[in-house]
Design a protein around this ligand. Structure first.
Ligand code: BV8
Length: 235
């Protein structure tokens, strides 16, 4: 399916990591059924309870050691290899934009990747702005490796904060001829608006366990698990 396109943008959400064992957010067994978004995923929450927010992200960071990429992550890495080898044309391009903060795309081999909501395996210093790679727990007593101050926060984008890499994402969406949304409910903006923007000039496809409320905005919708749909779609 993808071989007839030149410039592909793929948006992924928590659903692509579900079969690796990481919970989604809004499914019945999702993260927001366990903890209130307002208590862990806003700057106000961090201001109010930094230890609680650090604990939430420390637990999710620790979980990365117990999970591995699945066939959907690997299929996207194989697609990138085909682009890099010139099998989709000399000037072909692929960009994976993920809302996920796990590292499963990297571990599957994807390099052309932007984490628009940040990364679990980084922290950010509120004093000096350093964003060191981070594997273990962090909290209000952990000194920043760059400046030594104990002002570290998770390097993720909370509600009300500006997503990362929006300039590069907008540029890629503006020139793509294929936009594929994988494993996202299309609830959170600005990611939820990417289909409408790309759809002005590109073919748009939703690959999701079930059709989402935004499915009518896509040219095509396929329902099923990502580990089945994605390898078949990119072959
Ligand atoms: C911003 C942090 C301005 C990291 C997250 C009113 C209207 C419109 C917008 C707003 C509004 N009020 C406020 C806003 C803005 C707000 C927003 O969109 N709110 C929503 C709730 C209405 N957005 C923001 O604040 C953003 N910032 O707008 O700044 C701006 C914008 C542009 C330019 C400059 C300035 C910041 C949003 C980031 C918030 N941070 N997380 C973390 O803790 O992980 S969001 C959170 O939701 C996660 O990051 C997650 O990635 C994201 C999206 O969720 P999904 O990935 O889609 O997961 P979900 O569970 O919802 O769905 C999973 C899907 O997978 C399901 O459909 C399921 O069927 C499917 N699935 C399950 N299993 C499988 C599967 N599919 C395939 N195979 C399977 N096996």
């Amino acid at each position: 399916m993808t071989s007839s396109f030149r410039h592909i943008v793929v948006l992924t959400g928590a659903g692509i990591s579900r079969e690796s064992g990481l919970h989604t957010f809004r499914d019945l067994d999702g993260i927001w059924a366990q903890v209130r978004l307002e208590d862990v995923c806003t700057p106000e929450a961090f201001e109010r309870d930094p230890a609680g927010v650090h604990a939430f992200y420390n637990a999710r960071r620790a979980q990365l050691a117990d999970v591995a990429p699945n066939d959907a992550h690997r299929a996207l890495a194989a697609l990138e290899a085909a682009v890099t080898d010139g099998r989709l044309g000399a000037d072909a391009s692929l960009l994976v934009v993920t809302q996920n903060i796990d590292d499963l795309h990297e571990r599957a081999g994807t390099r052309s990747l932007l984490h628009m909501h940040g990364e679990l395996r980084r922290v950010r210093c509120n004093s000096c702005g350093a964003t060191p790679a981070w594997d273990g727990p962090a909290d209000g007593r952990t000194p920043c490796p760059a400046c030594g101050r104990t002002t570290l926060r998770p390097d993720v984008v909370w509600f009300g904060e500006v997503p990362m890499h929006m300039d590069r994402i907008g540029e890629a969406l503006g020139r793509c001829d294929l936009f594929v949304s994988i494993g996202t409910s299309g609830t959170v903006y600005p990611a939820a608006g990417f289909c409408e923007f790309a759809g002005r000039h590109a073919r748009t496809v939703e690959l999701n366990l079930e059709p989402t409320p935004g499915r009518t905005a896509f040219d095509e919708q396929q329902a099923g698990p990502a580990t089945v749909l994605v390898p078949r779609f990119v072959s």
